[in-house]
Design a protein around this ligand. Sequence first.
Ligand code: 0RA
Length: 643
Amino acid sequence: MADSAADKANEKVKGAYDASSIQVLEGLESVRKRPGMYIGSTDINGLHHLVYEAVDNSVDEALAGYCTRISIVVNSDGSATVSDNGRGIPFDMMPQFNKTALEVVMTKLHAGGKFDKKSYKVSGGLHGVGVSVVNGLSATMAVEVRRDGKVCRQRYEKGVPVTPVEFVGTATAGESGTTVTFAPDATIFETVDFNFDILSSRLRELAFLNTGLEISIRDERSGKEHSFRYDGGIKSFVGFINQNKKALHDAIYLSGQKNGTSVEAAMQYNESYLPNIFSFVNTINTTEGGTHLSGFRTALTRTINSYAEKHNLLDKDAKISSEDTLEGLSAVIAVKVPEPQFEGQTKRKLGNSEVKGVVDSIVGPSLSAFFEENPKVARAIVEKCANAATAREAARKAKDLVRRKTLFEGSSLPGKLADCSSTNPDECELFIVEGDSAGGSCKQARNREYQAVLPLKGKILNVEKARLHKVFSSKEIVALASAIGTGVGDDFDIKKARYRRTILMCDADVDGSHIRTLLLTFFFRYMKPLIEAGYICIAQPPLYKVTKGRKDYYVYNDAKLAELLQQVGEDGAALQRYKGLGEMNPEQLWSTTMNPGTRALVKVNVDDAVEADKIFTLLMGEEVEPRREFIEQHALEVKNLDV
Ligand code: 0RA
């Protein structure tokens, strides 16, 4: 294997050894040996990281309150210049090193922040390694400091000083700042070609994150330039993210501090459905999120829900989930944490567990206060989230439906089904029985070989009024459809029918009729071919029992009753009106209603599908007025109204 670029570079460094730079080399040698450890990689990302690292030092100076302007220039020779109007790196002697502070900062690892702990409490930079790392990875570097009326300069090659710190001019009174120019070492980096757009977008981000700080970039190779300064900080950031979208309200800005951690959040909903959330820790873009982001999301979800609840803005049982709060949300969460721990694949995820609670406790109350002061905005947000919740629920049901389709296709039979032993559909029939007790008698009465029984508990769902997803979350309907086995709707396949006949067996009272109509509505809407093929029948249990002496007569309609009563003469005959199937014992049920040799069945048919459709809609649908008219028109035809 060929020597790595780093090894080669290291050899050259060794060649440059001399007594005066030994100490320095010992520091920066490791940087050149393992650049990845300091700047992540030696690809284009690592290359740009050099600029960010240099800029971060200037940003730190801005955070300390001394710098208002940072400029970045990509020079025509491909090198980069970063300059700021901060205090300037001090160049007085440090006795313990026998060097100027400037040289120490530029050549010793981690030396940058040691001077001024207080103002550098929160250090920027992914690795926070300091400008010396940039120096170590640059073929050439020059630093120029304006400070105390003087201009000082020093130059380096691969991190090794090649000139002393020289005074090269005078600075105007009050003028100060630091300028570094560096040419990345081509023996270390895969590419040394800076990309203007990549640099620009990170610099814009930094400008958003540092309210009021002016950051400009100019590319001498192409003439392109940008200047960023956002006095609205991350609030402007959110506006920028939403610039081509329809915002639902002005951006909301929340902030606070707790236990040395500062929190800023800006958010604005737009009409789209996609979230666009950026989170930062000490200006580092945490692309993998982390505890600060989860704190924000927890607070957001809780606050929206409690506002909605307090003001009665949600349907009963409706709840907005964390996911629902993300639809169309553009947000920026920026925290400053004293000792951030970064995790994850790319070290872009904040790990500090305490930060979640801090963010939550700052965002929650301040958002809640904002909602109370801005009810219009709060309502718009709740409405947006509630819509998302409805859509999510519908989507879940649709997914569920797909899952249930397989269920319908016979993989699992309902527990309540007492199936028959024959597996030949042509000789099998299914009794759908109203109520568990009648179901029990029916199970005892049946011929187990070819008769199956499925008891249904009370009234099934009115499918005419329910959305698809509701229909298929109804236990009774799922049981019914699974037992029949054909599938429903577009997936219906009569060849999969498990029974040649499905017999509806309901009580002879108003509830029984209602249940029968509900069942027929379901078959008509979801299994119409089953009706068309004549598979659906209605059982005819007797309406009366007439007992004369030791003989029982079962009577199925009023005309027959009158006839019979005349025949046995009325005296001494006992008349029983059956209201429910449960009033018959299993033997009676068998002989009157279930025995194919003696029973009567009514086959359901749809001669006029259009009319049937109209009637089902009329009887079972949403509109009340036409139903009332229908009932009034047909009231006179009703004979066996049982109340
Ligand atoms: C150490 C101490 C002081 C400032 C700086 C470093 C400093 C470093 C960089 C890097 C780029 N720009 C910078 N500006 C300042 C504080 C010096 C003082 O107390 O005046």
